[in-house]
Write a protein that binds this ligand. Sequence first.
Ligand code: PEP
Length: 250
Amino acid sequence: MRIPFIAGNWKMNKSIDEARQLVSELLPLLKDIKTAEIAVCPPFVSLTSVKSLLLGSAVKLGTQNIHDQEKGAFTGEVAPGMLAGWVDYAILGHSERRQIFGESDAFINRKVLAALKHGMTPILCIGETLEENEAGQTETVLERQVRAGVADISATDAPRLVVAYEPIWAIGTGRAATADDAQTRCAFVRACLRAQLGDAADTIRVQYGGSVSAANAAEILSKPDIDGALVGGASLKAADFAAICRAAGA
Ligand code: PEP
């Protein structure tokens, strides 16, 4: 039994004050939702103040990135150990990190291992571009990203992993995958996880991400291999994010 998991990726949005405001609006709307796990992932600068507002609630905290090294001359980066004990989740390998900042599969894998080592649950993001999709390469891309992303994860850690399938053409475009297509891809991702990690694939939650909204969440989340959603734009509005969370678990 996989507990549905909804995570809000705020990306580079919200000042510290705005982050506090959003969480204050969100918490009363989420407090009756018992059957889904929920996390918010604000920018680094707001993690501590958001954390203090979340104390006493069931809502979890996530970071949008970490570096793979323990410390050193990496100006502007944040080491995994700095967040250990503070955040529950780490979004890793988001397509914006892959495409804009040139993160490789190998670098993302080192971050995944570092997150696990420091007690954070990685949300490993994977997904194909529009060109890859149209060229019929989606499965090849997903298989490669899963295989590389989960390399060297121990059998003990494997069940903790979360994978977010996010077709890049659906992110921020308002054009979500159909629920049936999302189900097909998430089932394929689970098959890839099974090939790499064995029966842990039954426990690992596979989220769908890409223009999830209050209007389409219920249908997408009703699919058997979709265990939640990674939500970008709609996570910036309390009412919309709460509606998506409610669709995952009343
Ligand atoms: C994302 O960036 O992870 C995402 C899914 O964004 P959006 O919901 O805005 O498409």
